[in-house]
Write a protein that binds this ligand. Structure first.
Ligand code: SAM
Length: 285
């Protein structure tokens, strides 16, 4: 059964069965590791970890063409998929590689579909988004909550409570990405991973100006900077898979280049993912 969290009232998620306080012990362990050369600070939290070092976007870069509140824009459910099968299978394979069964996962800006591998059992998957009807249909979610991250970025979630945070084809809608990435850092356990994936599709009028007017390359660099602006994320890793125009069984007929020119024969959706870990990248056997 799916439980709805109302963030306004559910401020203490420690009351949810299965919630653990593992992070304190883990934090100490990782901080001791990080501080072995500095005896004075041994075991003390690094004061700057999780802090925003600099803001990436200008005020203009945060603007959207459509200024109606996002909750209104997403008020009715859209039971569609936002990317094609090729993109989804690449993403699901990436999750298969990077996420382990038994983990606690937060799917930020989620919808009615899950891209997590069906066969893998996680300890808990929490979804977040703007439309409760969509989230209620998502087969992988154990809990969900609705929150407009452009209104408020604070997540009503315990620090160090997730092994992984995911954000799929949605980062372009964040107007305060630096604060959201800092919150993701806070809720991740040390060694936890944040996977941000995207393609070239978007609700154009709802994407921020810095994204709208960019290219695949500049968008990857933007997400890299979102990670780098928060103290303590590891050097971001970039994954790109750009399918050939026409995809499998590419049409090589003499007219195909003209059709492509007019958008009548399109390639499949390009895949980009930027991945980073909180404090360190763990080695899993
Ligand atoms: C293109 S959909 C992607 C949904 C899902 N991640 C997927 O892969 O199908 C964009 C999502 O971003 C979320 N979103 C957009 N603006 C938001 C905001 N201001 N605050 C929170 N979520 C937002 C919406 O709920 C929507 O589901």
């Amino acid at each position: 059964m799916l439980n709805i969290w109302h963030p306004q009232i559910s401020t203490n998620l420690a009351t949810i069965p299965g919630y653990s306080h593992r992070c304190r012990t883990k934090i100490r362990a990782s901080q001791e590791l990080a501080n072995t050369s500095d005896e004075k600070n041994k075991g003390q939290p690094s004061s700057s970890a999780g802090k925003i070092k600099r803001f990436v976007l200008s005020n203009e870069g945060r603007t959207k063409l459509n200024a109606i509140p996002d909750r209104e824009f997403y008020a009715y459910p859209r039971f569609v998929t936002h990317v094609d099968d090729g993109f989804i299978s690449t993403l699901t394979n990436l999750y298969r590689e990077r996420l382990r069964s038994g983990w606690e996962i937060l799917d930020l800006m989620s919808s009615w579909v899950s891209h997590l591998p069906k066969e893998v059992v996680y300890k808990k998957v929490v979804g977040h988004g703007l439309n409760a009807q969509e989230l209620a249909k998502n087969p992988k979610l154990d809990y969900f909550f609705v929150k407009d991250l452009n209104q408020e970025q604070k997540l009503e979630l315990e620090s160090c409570s997730f092994d992984a945070v995911l954000c799929t084809v949605s980062v372009q809608y964040l107007q305060q990405p630096e604060k959201v990435f800092a919150e993701v850092f806070r809720v991740l356990r040390p060694g936890g991973v944040f996977i941000v994936s995207f393609s070239n599709r978007l609700f154009y009028e709802k994407a921020i100006s810095s994204w709208r007017d960019g290219s695949g390359y500049s968008r990857v660099q933007l997400v890299v900077q979102y990670f780098q602006c928060v103290e303590g994320f590891t050097q971001p890793e970039i994954i790109r898979e750009i399918p050939k125009a026409g995809g499998v069984g590419e049409d090589k007929s003499p007219l195909s280049w003209i059709m492509r020119l007019f958008g009548l024969l399109s390639g499949s959706d390009p895949f980009y993912a930027v991945i980073s870990y909180k404090n360190f990248k763990p080695i899993h056997e």
